[in-house]
Design a protein. Structure first.
Length: 86
C-alpha cells in the first residue's frame, strides 16, 4: 500500500499531500475543485496542494473520495491522514 504524507501550513491554510516520494520534475495541473495536482514524468499523480483546506473539513467524506480517486489509493489510506489533520 502506498504511503501518504500530509503536511499543513496553518498560516496559509494550505494542505499538502504526497504519495510515495515527491518528484522534483513533476508537472502541475489544477482540477475543477481547485486542487493543484503534481504528476511524475509518466503522468502518475504524486502530490496535491489544497488551498482553503479548513473549508474542506466540512466536506470530509467528499474530500476523502476525491483524494482517494485522484491518487488511486484506498479511501481508508486517505481517511487516516485526514483524521489526523482534523
Amino acid at each position: 500500500m502506498p504511503e501518504l504524507s500530509l503536511s499543513y501550513d496553518e498560516r496559509g491554510d494550505v494542505l499538502y499531500l504526497t504519495v510515495g516520494s515527491p518528484d522534483p520534475s513533476a508537472r502541475s495541473r489544477s482540477d475543477e475543485h481547485g486542487f493543484i495536482w503534481r504528476m511524475s514524468k509518466d503522468g502518475v499523480r504524486r502530490a496535491v496542494t489544497i488551498e482553503n483546506a479548513r473549508a474542506w473539513l466540512t466536506k470530509k467524506a467528499e474530500l476523502e473520495k476525491l483524494l482517494a480517486n485522484g491518487f488511486g489509493v484506498a479511501r481508508k489510506v486517505v481517511h487516516k491522514e485526514i483524521r489526523e489533520f482534523a
